[in-house]
Design a protein around this ligand. Sequence first.
Ligand SMILES: C[S@@+](CC[C@H](N)C(=O)[O-])C[C@H]1O[C@@H](n2cnc3c(N)ncnc32)[C@H](O)[C@@H]1O
Length: 278
Amino acid sequence: MLKEVLGTVLSPEETSQVYSAFDQIGSIVIIKIPDALLSKKLVIAQAILDNIKTARSVFAQVSAVQGDFRVRDLEFLAGQNTTMTEYKEHGCRFKVDVAKAYFSPRLSTERQRIADMVQDDEVIVNMFAGVGTYSIVIAKANKTCRVYSIDSNIAAAELCTINAKLNKVQDRVESISGDAAKVIKDRLAGSADRVLMPLPERAKDFVNEAVLALRPSGGIVHYFAHVRADNKKASQEAGLADASEAFSKYDHTAKGIRIVREVGPRFYQVVADVYVSR
Ligand SMILES: C[S@@+](CC[C@H](N)C(=O)[O-])C[C@H]1O[C@@H](n2cnc3c(N)ncnc32)[C@H](O)[C@@H]1O
């Protein structure tokens, strides 16, 4: 569909360059415009708006996803100049501000996979929760679990509070604004059956706090990492090695390793399900 849209204003080669870097989050489309096509950015944006019925705003991504809050700089191109939208996934609704908080529609399968693993009455600590995506998908899927949903970005934590209410799970999803390491040390040590670490760039730095959050009897940590590898099989081996090293101080077993997505050429995001006994 998008290929056809772009084909009306670009050559086939130009079309494939834009096509590979396209995200739609609710009514907002974010594209990366290669330097060679900058002169055509407004034409491209208008073609998207005219042809994708659900698109209301088009922005260009003008920086990498960066900083502690993992946000990207955006340039408004066409349509309504708003960065707020609503996104629907797995029967949940999320208010998202694409300029102020991290959000990726590409992690939807992983959110459901973890939600499906949760057992009744579990206590879950989501250390890097963003607008509450994993936390809310989990709380919607299991009506008896409780989720502590932490993010150091105040804008993300505020949206998580709003999203918990929107999805009627505010009694079981508590949004906490602050540094995950400090929040765990101050009030969540020894409380969790399951800990999520969806910050692949830095999860390794927080392994001690993730283990501290677990109950004295132990539990499961979903450890996200970025690895470089020549192919998918090698990325899983690299991911397991990375997780084993990160948890080497603890009695643990990495029971599953999955490729979440390819984030660049020979560069993968992986997740290990690490069972830790304390
Ligand atoms: C890659 S995003 C993931 C967000 C969310 N889990 C999702 O998938 O949509 C990582 C999040 O971690 C937050 N973050 C970074 N450092 C943190 C810290 N020390 N404590 C708590 N949150 C942190 C960022 O603000 C960001 O929202």
